[in-house]
Write a protein that binds this ligand. Sequence first.
Ligand code: SME
Length: 160
Amino acid sequence: MYDFTPPSAADKAECYAQLAEATAALVDGEPDAVANMANIAALIWQFVPDLNWAGFYRTIGEELVLGPFIGKPACIRIPFGRGVCGAAAVTAATQRVEDVHAFPGHIACDAASRSELVVPVLRDGRVIAVIDLDSPLPARFDAQDAAGIEALAALIAAHI
Ligand code: SME
């Protein structure tokens, strides 16, 4: 059994430091990408408060395909350039969206979502996946959240 206890949500830096530590421990020595993405999605869900969706889309050809996640069933295929995830994939840059209704082309998978953070996972300079977090709270994600998930993306790039 793995029993990770997240610290108080008030201390965001500590939350992301411990999320990284727990992730490193879980993926260590495990070569299966699906198992690792499933556990990482579960850890994000446990350590990052106020989410309604957390998970992965993987680059397959010229589109993103749904990977392991926690939340409501989501759209399966997203072409590069479409929605927030597609923008992250095509630009290889983090997308932090304070109001999803104001983002042109946002793809609504859960009507409850109000804000979104999508971070590309890069391996050898190529976007191999994106980490997608949705929140029912407007402007839920700040620069510290982006930095925390970017650090996580760098940590897992060789394990997914
Ligand atoms: N909102 C995303 C689609 C994926 S779901 O949020 C899980 C987008 O616009 O790319």
